[in-house]
Design a protein around this ligand. Sequence first.
Ligand code: GLN
Length: 307
Amino acid sequence: MDIEKILQEIQEEIKPFMSQGKVADYIPALAKVDPDQFAMSVTLFDGTTHSIGCSDTKFSIQSISKVFTFTKSLNIYSKELYKRVGKEPSGNPFNSLVQLEYERGIPRNPFINAGAIVITDTLLSHYKNVNDTFEKVMDFIKAVAGDRAITHDQEVCDSEYAHGYRNLALANLMKSFGNLDNDVEDVVKTYFKHCSVTMSTKELSRAMLFLANHGTDPISNHRFITDNQAKRVNAMMLTCGHYDASGEFAFHVGLPGKSGVGGGIVAVVPKQMSIAVFSPRLNSWGNSLAGTQALELFSQKSGLSVF
Ligand code: GLN
């Protein structure tokens, strides 16, 4: 398979989609990004990365951070975790409050906002305070990415906090049902901090490689999680990684994937490679429009999917 050729074709064929969709503006700092950007990186098990577009540009990973926090929490709490968060697709937008009320404060899965907030709460209980928890999450991201220089964007974090009414509402609702152990403000602050981590597609595709290889980084041979845990994280990405468009994504792309409102999407080809795309304009579900299209083209042209 000629990955370089496939990527070159995608770069051309993606052009009509680049002007469609809308940049996330409910976090004002995110509305300032250049909407016309596009990047895609593919990392193979020998560490080779093929890229097109602005693959060194760092962007806000937002909900892609939920893959790292869920992985970390699953590694600490194992199946105890599922007493507090489910493993079913929500069929609702990522920030919906409705289901949470009638399901008595237990979020459907770790990738909708409510679920990710519970996951952050579990990490906060384990590491005790906001700074240490965030530092441990960063240590994990740096370790899986093999890059100590990864940081976060405090402006994005502050901007989300200043407009974080809905996430605070979700957290307060869960607190009222007894499904948050820590202080609401601390949990939400930590959550916004890990959402504001910035990475490029090159860094993100490299960081996902351990999930394509049953929990072991194929480059360093370091095992981060067990085979079983890696299977769970991938299954969760396939069924819940794109919120109420997870079925759409599985149907058109057929790979475990996770999106973020910063315009990034990561995807995993089990036993072969990991992929990251970036394009800030989003579709109506809050997933990168050109990014989703690029992944669909990649799976069509390469014949790679889990099905
Ligand atoms: N920080 C964002 C939020 O909580 C993450 C959402 C997303 O990327 N889908 O709204």
